[in-house]
Design a binder for this molecule. Structure first.
Ligand code: BGC
Length: 744
């Protein structure tokens, strides 16, 4: 349909809607859908979490799932896993699966991807997010959204913005300097709306400079709507709206929440009252309805003729399972592989000892709103046993004891957002480990160590699970829970060849044993085929090709957010108390020094650096060059900063004996800069596949934006003229060559 015709129809509908009908459309009429207006053929908008597939069905007004057998789905790799592939095509394909499944399940919006910056490994939701680096996020979020929206389903990029911790997530006020905001925390969202054209976006729980994000004119109005020209639909996080008049005025379009008193939502009956009392304007409501209708048109929900062509989607297809398996394959990160411990040889392997609760645990149905009711999930143990078959005797020892959870994730989620509860007590209760539990752990450890002493081949699968990688909760430290360090150390002492598999969605401390282990494989929550893919990786059928999308510091205190920032926040000052509805303030004193930008600038050693990841083959880099391009004639429309300024080139050769994929990374730095800068920043990357002996010339373009910083006075990204160093690297710390260019 032509835009003019669409706009005409939108205005006509708005003209025909009563105040009550408009208000019905802009707040939840159920936990996961908005109100409909049958009279005018305006349907409800059906939403579902996100972001690892489509969440199970909930009744209209109950957080206890319906429990039908028809809402099992394809369980996709988490956003961390997708980020670790550094593969734009995989991001697109993963998005396509999610979009098709969402549409197949009758949804209009899938509540993802989650792209908040991983500012600190404490954040219980880091597994749902991509990276600590805004460029990597921006490059992957665009194809991911495009993939989702192929199916006439809206992506909902979340949580806008600065929702970087779970501690006090509803009530933490974030203070941040403009440069850090622009350089680190906003680019992913800007790419998602300007390049990915995300049809919807979710406002965050926290406050931004004293105002709750969903009511923030500065964030939603000045930046999102005006500066970025966003005309998509803005939905609140569930329960993130607090004030009727403020929310009515703000650019937020749809209020969703967690309670069942839908008519009493902030933008429900109280809004009708406010309009009648002259405290809110119906014009502002029209604007919200306009955005909702526009999204509905885009999704072909409104026009009868177009609706016939709306994609129908599908879920649980063999093709989807195949696609998510391929995505998972590229997400594994080989952190360490001394003495060629890996890959293992299946032929002739008579016995194998597998240790670790994570070898047997299924993770899909955990983590909070990101839970997935997976059609199936292959555990590592099942993957190993089913692929090794009857000629290998696989013995399993749990190795560490995970105390059973007495309460469901939903109940913890509710408790951790309940203002009336003492949050310290909630946390303490959750962390309680009884004497009995400790004793069980010791027994399991002793059993595993005794078996490992005698075993020829041992695989130890440890790490975190969704008791830790979870919504509503931050970790106190990076130590492995359940006394796993002790288990790993003791197993390595009696069997130094043990292969360690770390499965987690967030950095963990491996400092106590990482130097003693010969092989360490990192596994994310990477979907339903995880155990099969792990087996493929361990036995060399898949050559690992993922690289870390985040740094792995030794401990939380090493992190910029703790060392410089105020994590987890400070009490409000008397002044703040007067004008903000918050519990704490978190000043991001770490500024732009997030993740590797901090570790490198402040010389803080890390366990494994950003961009690190090995392969079973080796790659040689040669003939590094950089071509300068003359500035092209600029068209009115295109942003001059998006013009390619330099093309970097490197010849990559596979010097080993098996096919592999290498991620070439390009960082840019400016040693003689007049301004305070990170040593270097990721500005380009590409992933190439090479057969043994094969060489490829890899060209990675750098736009002028790659040489910018945000100038607070100019209120713009600017290029400081001068000499820049371009680093062609295998990882942040493994620079292969440097070229210097002069940028004017
Ligand atoms: C989460 C969102 C989620 C929503 C709906 C909130 O608690 O922060 O990410 O989409 O719940 O389940």
């Amino acid at each position: 349909m032509q835009i003019q015709e669409m706009n005409r129809q939108i205005e006509e509908l708005i003209g025909n809607l009563t105040l009550e009908e408009k208000v019905a459309m802009i707040h939840g009429d159920a936990l996961f859908y908005s109100g409909e207006v049958k009279r005018l053929g305006i349907p409800a908008v059906h939403m579902s979490d996100g972001p690892m597939g489509v969440r199970q069905e909930f009744p209209k007004a109950n957080w206890i799932p319906v429990g039908n057998s028809d809402d099992y789905v394809t369980y996709c790799p988490s956003n961390s896993a997708i980020a670790a592939t550094w593969n734009r095509k995989i991001a697109y394909e993963s998005g396509r699966v999610m979009g098709e499944e969402a549409r197949g399940r009758g949804k209009d919006i899938i509540l993802g991807p989650g792209i908040n910056i991983k500012r600190i490994p404490a954040n219980g939701r880091n597994f749902e997010y991509m990276s600590e680096d805004p460029y990597l996020i921006s490059e992957l979020v665009v194809p991911l959204i495009e993939g989702i929206q192929e199916s006439d389903v809206a992506a909902c990029v979340k949580h806008f913005a600065l929702n970087n911790q779970e501690t006090e997530r509803l009530w933490v006020n974030v203070e941040i300097d403009e440069r850090a905001l622009r350089e680190i925390y906003l680019p992913g969202f800007e790419a998602a709306v300007k390049k990915g054209h995300s049809y919807s976006l979710m406002g965050a729980y926290n406050l931004f400079r004293g105002v709750h994000c969903c009511e923030s004119e500065a964030l939603l109005g000045d930046i999102l709507r005006k500066e970025w020209g966003y005309d998509g639909m803005i939905v609140s996080d569930w329960g993130a709206v607090h004030n009727t008049e403020a929310a009515a005025k703000s650019p937020l379009d749809l209020e969703m929440s967690v309670t069942y008193d839908f008519d009493q939502y902030i933008l429900a009956d109280p809004l009708i009252e406010a309009v009648k009392e002259g405290k809110a304007s119906e014009k502002d409501i029209d604007e919200k309805v306009r955005h909702l209708l526009l999204m509905m048109f885009r999704l072909k929900m409104l026009d009868a003729a177009e609706n016939l062509t709306r994609k129908s989607g599908c879920y649980n297809t063999a093709e989807h399972r195949d696609t998510v398996r391929k995505a998972a394959e590229e997400s594994f990160v080989l952190l360490k592989n001394e003495e060629h411990r890996l890959p293992l040889k299946a032929e002739g392997m008579k016995e194998l000892l597998v240790i670790g609760d994570n070898a047997e645990r299924l993770h899909a149905l955990g983590g909070g709103s990101a839970e997935i009711k997976a059609l199936y999930e292959i555990s590592p143990l099942m993957g190993l046993k089913s692929q090794l078959g009857g000629n290998t005797k696989v013995t399993y020892a749990r190795g560490y004891y995970v105390s059973p959870k007495e309460e469901s994730e939903e109940s913890w989620q509710e408790k951790s957002t309940d203002e009336n509860l003492d949050q310290d007590a909630v946390l303490a209760e959750r962390k309680k480990v009884s004497e009995e539990v400790l004793q069980k752990r010791e027994e399991l450890r002793k059993e595993a160590v005794a078996l490992a002493r005698e075993a020829k081949e041992v695989i130890l699968v440890a790490g975190l699970n969704h008791d830790y990688d979870v919504e509503g909760f931050d970790r106190d430290n990076m130590e492995l829970p359940y006394d796993q360090d002790q288990l790993i150390e003791e197993v390595l002492a009696v069997n130094p060849n043990t292969v360690i598999v770390m499965m987690a969605g967030n950095a963990v401390s491996m400092g106590k044993w990482k130097d003693k282990a010969k092989a360490i494989v990192w596994q994310w929550y990477c979907g339903m085929e995880a155990g099969n893919v792990l087996t493929d990786v361990l036995f060399g059928r898949v050559n690992p090709s993922g690289k870390l999308p985040e740094s792995m510091p030794y401990c939380m205190e090493d992190c910029g957010a703790v060392a410089l920032g105020e994590y987890p926040g400070r009490p409000l000052t008397e002044e703040e108390k007067k004008h903000m509805n918050a519990h704490t303030t978190m000043t991001y004193n770490d500024g732009i020094y997030v993740g590797y930008r901090y570790y490198e600038k402040y010389n803080v050693p890390v366990q494994f650096c950003f961009g690190h990841g090995l392969s079973y083959t080796t790659f040689d880099y040669s003939d590094v060059k950089a071509y300068m391009l003359a500035a092209k004639g600029r068209s009115e429309k295109s942003d001059p900063l998006d013009e390619v300024a330099v093309i970097t080139e490197v010849t990559v050769t596979n010097t080993g004996d098996r096919t592999g994929k290498e991620i070439v990374q390009v960082y840019v730095g400016m040693k003689d800069s007049k301004i305070d800068r990170a040593v270097k920043e990721l500005r380009g990357f590409d992933k190439v596949e090479l057969a043994p002996g094969e060489s490829k010339v890899v060209q990675i373009p750098l736009t002028r934006r790659a040489f910018t910083y945000y100038d607070v006075k100019e209120k713009a990204f600017v290029v400081e003229p001068g000499e820049y160093q371009i680093y062609i690297a295998k990882s942040l710390q493994d620079v292969q060559d440097t070229v210097t260019v002069t940028i004017k």
